[in-house]
Design a protein around this ligand. Structure first.
Ligand code: ZN
Length: 344
């Protein structure tokens, strides 16, 4: 499908242009006031300390906008991309991108309190930057009517309104979380972050940095209610990174969170295959990851299709509730060695 197939291609093009402008807007997310230099494309996974360890010829595989629109295909795909452009967002000025994350960029990751905090902070800042924009990007009924050349007033369905309301609430929840993180950052209260990890002897074949609201655990138990607009939801941060001894999947949340993050983490480690479990946390919940090219290119077509089917799984909640654990039924995709669960 192309824009010219739509009844009003001009309205559609304007909508897309507005959408692109919104996602390329530049703002420093640091709470400090001493901003300096231009806002840069900040990496949420460090280039040298992290991405380089899984890259081939400075490239990894990532989720990105499909290069070509075609009928009945997804607007996103997994493709190869250079390190300079992957896992970035326009979210920090030059000074803060350099100074705030120096403990991650210049020192080996050794689970120091500040390192754990800054790792989570970067993921939360990205989520906060994107969530509000995602909500703002849901087209209004008038915009939808205009694109489709409909004269009469369109009204959103109940499900669409629910989605819109929940998206706004999701944005507000992550903004609240970011403010709490900002307060702890300025006070250097690194201890307010609870950190758990799975340590692997091998370098993970997929790296990730994300924060999300766990609504249901891997065993299908409900943790929080997506449709309850009154309740305050908690988020969990996950970073999968290389370490000096292999790799780690690091889960963290603030000590003020409700029980959802801890219970979600408990369900992740209640697995026979911790690599599979972590791969599903990544693919099922986030699009901010980087895949090792030799691993990806070595997969069969059906394994690649399986991975993609998880990335475009927008209904984890019902899928998890109605199916056996995904790490038990999935094809065996990788092994990063015997994982060990640890608290920091
Ligand atoms: Zn700044």
């Amino acid at each position: 499908m192309s824009l010219s197939d739509l009844p009003n291609p001009k309205a559609a093009a304007e909508l897309i242009a507005k959408y692109r402008r919104r996602f390329s807007s530049k703002v420093c997310m640091a709470p400090n006031l001493d901003h300096h230099g231009p806002v840069v494309a900040a990496h949420t996974l460090s280039v040298e300390a992290m991405l380089r360890k899984v890259a081939t010829d400075s490239h990894v595989y990532v989720v990105a906008q499909a290069k070509r629109f075609a009928k009945d295909t997804f607007p996103i795909e997994i493709h190869r991309k250079g390190l300079r452009d992957v896992t970035v967002f326009n979210g920090f000025c030059q000074k803060h991108d350099r100074d705030l994350f120096a403990c991650l960029e210049l020192e080996p990751f050794r689970f120091q309190r500040q390192q754990c905090f800054m790792l989570a902070y970067r993921a939360v800042a990205r989520e906060c930057y994107l969530k509000r924009k995602q909500f703002e990007s849901i087209p209004t009924p008038d915009e939808v009517a205009s694109v489709h050349g409909v004269e009469q007033k369109i009204q959103f369905s109940g499900a669409m309104l629910m989605f819109q309301a929940a998206s706004l609430k999701g944005a507000e929840d992550v903004e609240r979380l970011k403010s709490a993180f900002d307060k702890h950052l300025l006070a250097q209260s690194w201890d307010r972050l609870v950190t758990r990890a799975i340590l692997f002897p091998s370098t993970p074949t997929v790296l990730a940095a994300a924060a999300f609201q766990p609504f249901i655990d891997m065993d299908g138990n409900q943790l929080q209610d997506f449709e309850d607009l009154e309740s305050e939801t908690s988020q969990i941060c996950i970073s999968v990174i290389p370490t000096e001894t292999g790799g780690a999947a690091i889960f963290s949340w603030l000590d003020s969170a409700n029980s959802a993050p801890q219970r979600y983490f408990d369900s992740v480690v209640r697995s026979q295959d911790l690599t599979a479990s972590v791969l599903h946390v990544i693919f099922d919940n986030t699009e901010n990851f980087a895949i090792n090219p030799s691993w990806y290119e070595g997969m069969t077509e059906s394994e690649k299709s399986y991975v993609f089917s998880r990335v475009v799984l927008f209904a984890q909640n019902t899928t998890y509730a109605d199916s056996p654990r995904p790490d038990q039924t999935a094809p065996k995709l990788a092994s990063w060695g015997e994982g060990v669960v640890a608290a920091f």
